[in-house]
Design a protein around this ligand. Structure first.
Ligand code: V0V
Ligand code: CO
Length: 142
């Protein structure tokens, strides 16, 4: 069951400048940063609020580490902006399987490693009315 918005992924050209915008404008501080080589991103998680199930909601600021990555390609085509939305679930495997059974393309056979030790998968934007959609089970929920 999808129980919350885990994060909104925002693609940017310059992570440091974008982090500074969110800090100076809204007061959001960086909760976590990491490089995910498999996904081709350098990212900063800004924690917005805690949630009922003990999880949190974040903004995920994403800078590509290579031009041929998902975010690199998307930035070249669209410029900066909202790249994906991520729903939180305690059971990414089960929810991905159930959604696949409804005819929506799930991009990975098995969930992969996401931010802060989470397990993630993606639904194809063309099957989701134009929205790249991620499913996340946070490390805390595993
Ligand atoms: C592409 N399209 C999108 C889109 N990216 N539509 C909405 N939102 C997006 N973000 C559209 C694009 O405009 C094309 O439509 C069509 O899909 C095919 O796109 P493409 O440019 O030819 O690119 P593809 O097919 O090579 O790749 C698209 C997919 C790719 C979605 C398959 O981006 C992907 O595998 N994404 C999942 C991984 C990812 O995004 N990682 C970065 C975040 P037209 O022009 O044909 O109409 S990593 C992350 O979130 C982490 C680590 C985390 O949360 O922990
Ligand atoms: Co994400």
């Amino acid at each position: 069951m999808l129980t919350r918005i885990d994060h909104i992924g925002i693609a940017c050209f310059d992570l440091d400048k974008t982090v500074e915008f969110y800090r100076a404008t809204y007061g959001f501080e960086v909760f976590h940063t990491e490089v995910n080589e498999e996904q081709g991103v350098r990212e900063a998680m800004l924690r917005i609020n805690g949630t009922d199930d003990g999880g949190s909601s974040y903004l995920q600021l994403l800078e590509p580490t290579r031009e041929d990555s998902a975010v690199g390609k998307w930035l070249a085509k669209n410029g900066q902006g909202v790249h994906h939305i991520a729903f939180g679930t305690a059971d990414v495997d089960g929810d991905a399987a159930a959604i696949r059974d409804k005819g929506v393309r799930v991009l990975y056979d098995e969930p992969r490693t996401g931010s802060m030790g989470s397990r993630i998968t993606f639904l194809h934007p063309k099957d989701c009315h134009g929205v790249l959609t991620e499913l996340v089970t946070s490390a805390a929920a595993r």
